[in-house]
Design a protein around this ligand. Structure first.
Ligand code: TXA
Ligand code: MG
Length: 332
């Protein structure tokens, strides 16, 4: 008889943290809070645990995992850092920045999709950091959602998506940033490239490195094939409801549209609001908008709306990260 696991949500007490660290050391998976989104963590040096991560998410083995570390000294055991990587790590870690570097031999092939490079990040969330410390292992963790769906920013989101496939979820509250980390490819430090925009803007990274960072544009990939550019699948973070993007929204547009369509403004629009109007942040603050984007998308993706209309953010930095996720949500 095979029993279906039923995820239990654990509060971050000292006792629970010890228990969950023990589970990680035994090769089991634990969903963990981070400042970006929740991750599904397993011992990065245990290939069996890492294979379980792919299985639980339904993620193709061609899409590599991020390895999370507790302290800077661990970086050189996982990857071969260059001075540019160390400069960025010193400036932005712990925090929402992931570095792509040549890997060390101890990192199993399953983590890197057979590739010669590894993604490394030092997370800032205190409970994730405590688990890294107590388990004494680097932890591989992709976002804790079924492959292709919107990333989770609360423990309840994780349970909604993976509750029947995992046993342990550590609750660390709602994610502070709300979008996945900025990813920078530093394999060639002379030509750093931005692979995924996030809360740490390109300009801040360029400032530390003393150069302008090139942006690799998303390519439409087929999850069944080896990805030439991992992490660059265009359709990702997608609600089931069709999504339409707008540079700017107005209440006049809403009034002319069918009532079963829902409208997500960036800030609370001035005027008389119909029932199908929502917003990401009352004042249009971008940090607030980023923090709420994924949970709003989940709420609105409830099968009751024929279409979700999204208003893009204006500007650079965090606006680009928000717009990247909105575009992926809308990609067919
Ligand atoms: O904020 C985050 O980064 C969260 C938290 C949990 O740390 N993690 C996350 O993981 O978003 P995931 O797996 O959902 O996204 C990581 C992306 C993937 O698209 C993957 O293809 C890319 O990073 N990636 C991983 N290793 C890579 C590598 N060696 N080269 C290029 N891209 C890589
Ligand atoms: Mg993901």
């Amino acid at each position: 008889m095979t029993s279906t696991p039923r995820a239990r949500i654990y509060r971050g007490t000292a006792r629970n943290l010890r228990l969950l660290a023990g589970k990680l050391r035994q090769g089991e998976l634990v969903a963990v809070p981070s400042e970006t989104v929740y991750g599904l963590a397993g011992d990065a040096l245990n290939p069996r645990a890492c294979r379980q991560i792919f299985k639980a998410k339904g993620r193709p083995h061609t899409d590599p995992l991020i390895v999370h570390i507790h302290k800077l000294e661990q970086l050189a055991t996982i990857a071969r850092p260059n001075p540019a990587a160390l400069a960025l790590a010193r400036k932005f870690w712990p925090g929402p920045l992931t570095l792509i570097l040549p890997k060390q031999d101890v990192v199993p092939a399953v983590v890197t999709a057979g590739g010669a490079s590894v993604a490394v990040r030092m997370p800032a969330h205190p409970l994730f950091r405590r688990l890294l410390e107590l388990s004494g292992r680097p932890l591989a963790a992709p976002s804790a959602n079924p492959f292709g769906y919107v990333s989770p920013t609360t423990a309840a989101h994780v349970r909604d998506g993976l509750g029947s496939r995992i046993r342990y979820i550590l609750d660390g509250g709602a994610a502070r940033v709300g979008l996945e980390s900025t990813i920078v490819d530093l394999r060639d430090p002379a030509r750093p490239r931005l692979l995924r925009p996030g809360a740490i803007p390109m300009s801040a990274i360029g400032h530390v490195l003393g150069k302008v960072i090139a942006r690799r544009s998303p390519v439409a990939g087929n999850p069944g094939q080896t990805q030439i550019a991992p992490g660059m699948l265009k359709r990702h973070y997608s609600p089931r409801t069709p999504v339409q993007l707008h540079r700017k929204l107005s209440l006049a547009q809403v009034a002319r549209a069918p009532a079963d369509e829902i409208w997500l403004f960036l800030k609370r629009p001035a005027g008389k609001l119909s029932r199908n109007v929502r917003w990401l942040d009352a004042r249009g603050n971008l940090k607030g908008a980023a923090r709420r984007l994924f949970s709003r998308l989940r709420e609105l993706d409830n099968g009751k709306h024929a279409k979700i209309h999204l208003e893009l953010a204006a500007g650079t930095g965090l606006a680009e990260a928000i717009n990247d996720r909105m575009r992926r949500a809308a990609a067919q």
